[in-house]
Each structure stands twice: as C-alpha cells, then as structure tokens.
Design a protein around this ligand. Structure first.
Ligand code: UD1
Ligand code: CA
Length: 456
C-alpha cells in the first residue's frame, strides 16, 4: 500500500507581517514545515509532495531533496493547490494525505489514525476534526442523521446555527487516490472568493452518495494553526511543554520547565538536571548526571556525564566527563575539554583542546591551543594567537604552571613541566622543566610628589 503526503504551503501568510515565507518560521529550532513533514513521515510510505508558491525559491532551497516540490501559480485556493500534485501522483499511489503546512503541532500518531480509518472506509475520504469551544475561524462540520459528514461550512458563509457547531475542520484529509484527482476537478469556484476550496470536496462525495468519515480529535492544542506571530508563540509554548514533558518522563530533571527551552532533536541522558533559563539548541547531546544551568545556552555541543555547567555559553564545543565550568565561561567552536577540566569565571576557549585535569580558573583566553594534562593556567593568561593576518598555534605540555597574567605570543611551544612567572611575556619556545620570567617592570622616571589628600 503506497501512501503519499501532499502538503499545501503556497499561501502568502500575510498576517505574519514578514519577509520570510510563513512555513519557514521556526518553533523549537525547526521551521513549521519541518514539523509537519516529520509528523507525516510516521503515516506515509513515499516521498512527500510540497505545493509551493509564495517564497517558492526559499522553501525549495530549505527542502532540498527531502520532498518533491510542485509550483502553484497563481494561488487559487486549497483545492487548486492539491490539484498541482496530480501530474506527479496520478496512478502512483493508493492513498493521499493532504494537509496544511501551518499546523505544526499535529502528531504522527494522529495522521496514522486518519490513514487507518480511511483504510477501513468504503468511501473515498476521511477527515480530521476537533471538538472545541473556541472555533478560531475554522470550518464547521455538518453531519447527517446517520453520523457521516455532510459538509464543511466555512465560517463566513455559515448560518447562526452552523456557527454554533463545535466540531471543526482541522485541515487534514486522507483520500482514495483514484477518486481524488477527478473529484478535485468537479469542485466549483467559490462565488464569493473566486477560489477553489478543498473543503467542498466533501459535497462532491456526498452528491455521489459516498460515505465521508471523520476522526474526531479532542486535543485542541494539537490543532493550533498559525496565522500570526501570536499563534506562533502559542504553538511554540505548547511544543516546548510537549518536548520538556517527554524529557522528564525519560528521567531528566527540570526545576522550572516553563523557563527551559529545548530544541526538538536535543538528546539528554537520565538523571541530568536542567536548571531555569537554560537553552539547549541545535544538534546537542548531553549525557547523564549533569547539572546544566541556570542561565546557560548550549548549541551544537556534546557533553559527557557528571559535568556542571553554570551560567555559561557553549557553541560547537565538546565536554567529556566530570568537567566543571562557569559561571560566565564561554566555549566557542572547536573547544574540547577533556575529563576533569575545571574552567572558572570569565574564560573563553576556541579551537583548542584542554587535556585531562587542566585548570583554568579566571579571566583567560585560550585560542588555537593544545594544553597538556594537569596544566594550570593562571588568572588572566592570554594566548596571543592572532598576528593581524593569521591564527597561530600554542602548544603547552603536561604539568605546566602558567603564572598569572602571562602573555603567550604564538606560535609558541612550552615543554612539559615548564613554569612562567606572573606577567611573563613569552615569545620564544620554552624547553621542558624550565622557568621563564619577565619582562620585568622598569623605572621610567620619578613621579612628582603631591600633597596627600585627607581620606574624606
Ligand atoms: C482552512 C480550511 C478550514 C480549516 C482551516 C484549519 C479551506 C477552504 N479551509 O482555512 O476549513 O478549518 O484551514 O486550519 O481549506 N494554500 C495553498 N494554496 C492556496 C491557498 C492556501 O497552498 O491557494 C495553503 C496555505 O499555504 C496554508 C493552507 O493551504 O498552508 C491553508 O490555507 P489557509 O488560507 O491558511 O486556510 P484557512 O483559512 O486557515
Ligand atoms: Ca490557516
């Protein structure tokens, strides 16, 4: 059985007031479009077809080869949009799931239920409905006496009695493919709006005396559709709640889920605790028994087990086990902290490896460097890695002691067991087990004596 999704994403999304196509606006780290496609994947067997129109180039670029794209130009309504998939899909699939790209909270499970119901339906289509008190402008579902669906009535044409109906059209349909394509051609142009409405396909079936089934949903949240940025923020909050709940049920601790912002796809091991105001973004993986936050932002990074990350920012970094960092530490791309590294406040590490047990307590910048195991980096140490043209490497051995405020002028090598005095400016390589100091402060001139002021 071949099941193919057709996703309608050609509309303008005027109410977003944005240059970005509506379906590319993101929730929890991924565009709306991604969420719908991801859910559809659970219920379909073939590559999805996305109907593009407004912002077609950008949407196509985003989709790359994850979907087939067909262009709807001009946009003459949802039935007209679905019709654009016919040349690609006629005689190629058994069932077609049609849905709208502005419904990012629908779950794979819901689509699967829709498909299963259609599978058992003698008629040509099944649609998804929700029963809710707030109609939000959705089409109303009119039922026949036998319980099958008679029509979907759009709000602006509904009679007062129809407006009072609480069963609403969500905008997800499963069709018998060999019926769909011809039925689409039978839909007439809406006389008021001059568009072809997919919702009118119900009447096409009813006129042919074919039964239309509905899967009735009761989770109002799942059916939030996005027309404005207000809806987008509501949907994102709902999705965040869903993501956080799932992590907690898998053993992740959260003191305040409402202020814990985790992108879809982030992996976290059990017994890790995430403290408030923490952002875990992109392709991030976190192991077990860590304490992350509060006030921490981690993007595209990997963290082992038993680490502590307090009020810090990590991007493209790796932390092995038992690393302890922050508050106010920053790791940039290529920072690799091996196990038992300690990094205190106001440090920055970029493109560098700190081997086991390195200590870097206060106010340091380490860039393009390798630091050997157990080495101590004194407060205020800087790798002067940039000469105005290129980045130069610094290589520091094991068990080295770097005195406070040392300037390491790269390219530079310090051997195992080397030591530098406080304030040293090191411009030449240092052999193993050697102490270097300087430049010492020199007297320049006498300072004029001034009368001492009283203390207050
Ligand atoms: C639609 C339904 C309504 C349902 C609601 C639920 C119709 C006529 N109405 O209304 O019954 O309750 O969704 O969310 O279908 N699109 C195209 N090409 C077009 C027009 C639209 O691709 O020519 C796409 C849009 O990009 C959007 C989707 O179809 O993703 C739905 O269109 P929209 O205008 O948002 O429909 P609603 O007014 O929300
Ligand atoms: Ca909509």
């Amino acid at each position: 059985m071949k099941i193919t999704a057709v996703l309608l994403a050609a509309g303008q999304g005027t109410r977003m007031k944005s240059e970005l196509p509506k379906v590319l606006h993101a929730l929890c780290g991924r565009p709306m479009l991604w969420h719908v496609l991801n859910a559809l994947q659970a219920a379909t067997t073939e590559k999805p077809v996305v109907v593009v129109g407004h912002g077609a180039e950008e949407v196509r670029r985003y989709l790359a080869d994850s979907a087939e794209c067909v262009l709807q130009e001009p946009q003459l309504g949802t039935a007209h949009a679905a019709m654009q998939a016919e040349p690609l899909l006629r005689d190629k699939t058994d069932l077609v799931v049609v849905t709208y790209a502005d419904m990012p909270l629908l779950r794979g499970e819901t689509f699967r239920q829709l498909v299963e119901t259609q599978h058992l339906n003698a008629g040509p289509l099944t649609l998804l409905t929700v029963v809710a008190d707030d109609p939000r402008g959705f089409g109303r579902i009119v039922r026949k006496a036998d319980g099958t669906v008679e029509a979907i009535v759009e709000e602006y044409v509904a009679t007062p009695e129809q407006r009072a109906i609480k069963e609403l059209n969500v905008g997800a349909y499963c069709f018998q493919a060999d019926w769909l394509w011809d039925a689409l051609h039978r839909i007439e142009k809406n006389p008021k709006k001059g568009e072809y409405y997919l919702t009118d396909i119900v009447e096409v079936a009813v006129k042919e005396d074919l039964p239309v089934q509905a899967v009735v949903h009761d989770d109002f949240i799942e059916t939030i559709g996005i027309n404005t940025r207000v809806h987008l923020s509501e949907a994102e909050a709902a999705l965040r709640t869903r993501i956080n709940r799932e992590h907690m049920l898998n053993g992740v601790g959260m003191m305040d889920p409402a202020s814990t912002y985790i992108d879809v796809g982030v992996r976290i091991g059990k017994d890790t605790t995430i403290l408030p105001n923490t952002y875990l973004q992109g392709n991030t993986e976190i192991g077990e028994w860590n304490v992350i936050g509060p006030n921490t932002m981690i993007r595209d990074s990997r963290i082992g087990d038993r680490c502590k990350v307090l009020a810090s920012v990590l991007e493209g970094a790796i932390l092995e086990d038992d690393v302890d960092m922050g508050p106010f530490a920053r790791l940039r791309k290529g920072a690799h902290l091996k196990s038992h590294v300690h990094m205190g406040n106001f440090g920055e590490v970029k493109d560098s490896t700190l081997h086991e047990g390195v200590k870097m307590g206060h106010f340091s910048y380490i860039g393009n460097a390798t630091i050997g195991a157990r080495t101590n980096i004194g407060a205020g140490t800087i790798t002067a890695n940039y000469d105005g043209e290129k980045k130069n490497p610094t290589e520091i051995g094991e068990d080295v002691f770097i005195g406070s405020d040392t300037m390491l002028v790269a390219p530079l090598k310090l051997g195992d067991g080397a030591r530098t005095g406080a304030g040293a400016v090191v411009t030449k390589n240092v052999p193993d087990d050697t102490l270097v100091v300087g430049m010492p402060a020199r007297a320049i001139r006498k300072v004029e004596k001034k009368p001492r002021k009283p203390n207050h």
